[in-house]
Write a protein that binds this ligand. Sequence first.
Ligand SMILES: [Zn+2]
Length: 398
Amino acid sequence: MTEKSPPRRKHSAGVSSLAERVLELLASGQATTRTEIGTLLGAAPSTVSFTVSQLLDLGLVAEEGTVSSAGGRPRKVLRLGGSDGFAVAAELGGRHARVGVVLPGGGLTEVSTVPFPTADGPDGALPGLAETLAGLADRHGRSLLRGVGLSLPGPVDVASGVVTLPSRMPGWNRFPVRAWLEDRFGVPAAIENDANCMAVGEHTVQPVGRRQSIMVKTGTAIGAGVIADGRLYRGGTGAAGEITHVRVEAGHDIPCSCGNTGCLETVASGAALVRILRERGLTVTSTEDVVRLASDADPEATRAVRQAGRYLGQVLAANVNFFNPDAVYLGGILSTLEPFVAAVRSQLYEGCHPLVTEHLVIERASLGADAGLVGAGQFALQRALAHALHSLTGNHHP
Ligand SMILES: [Zn+2]
């Protein structure tokens, strides 16, 4: 989604931060051997071996057979200790939630969509969702439940686990969602902004070589999540990826939800398309209506969608030139429209230096509508691993 808020995260120093990163790589499936871990983290083999042996001693990592390497010794395959563990996760929308079981490595099962009355506030909406998630956990083996992950369509204070000033979630401001879930389930919980969840979910299942990427969520609102050096990049105050409030010429003086005028959101979001098409006399009330019309090749809707893609592509081009990512992934409901994706792609090729686009991958999120769910589950698994690590080593963890 659009707004994000400060993480204010304390850093635990020393061996544990490297150990945490090793666990992250194993949880996401991005690495399975000491050599791969060393390469991805830029760490010396001796340092990696030391950390891995500590994790083996703690039972957080296990060895499982070997793989042969070209010309070298066979390498031991590493996996998470007790790798049958799983997380349950939900991606919250306005009226519905997508729920599922997330496995280490990005696997996803038992996905379904259930009603979620966001407008009823946390007290009205969360108990029903928790019941659904508990049902999933029970069916999958409750004793192996490691964590609970939630993707939220609003700004999240990751450090304190609360929602902050969510314009699309009235009644939720400062509600301690994470603590509520941990209390209810008795396992670590993680909550994150939806674009960040999508970025991490998609990154988890993409080739390891794509270390830098931008995930753009194109729905009723626009949001972006940034992966830098294989990890979510939150920025100084948690607002990295906030492209939706970049001002564009075409926006003129159209008022934006942020209080400013002429933001990208006012010309390229699903909400903007609804407004634009209504001004042209079409009967649309939601982004879904716009997508339906454009899918039916309605000329007016298709034209508007293509123009929205161009505006997004122009703003993205500046960011792609600056950041030089390996990949730009497009998610969200507008990314299901080929004219929209094509317009973004052509603007990127037109607006970026050839060196930047030479190997640039521009594609729809391969996980489609599941990217956010996989990401939320990954955050939960990572938080569970960090908890286990810190409780075993006696270090405090928030
Ligand atoms: Zn704005």
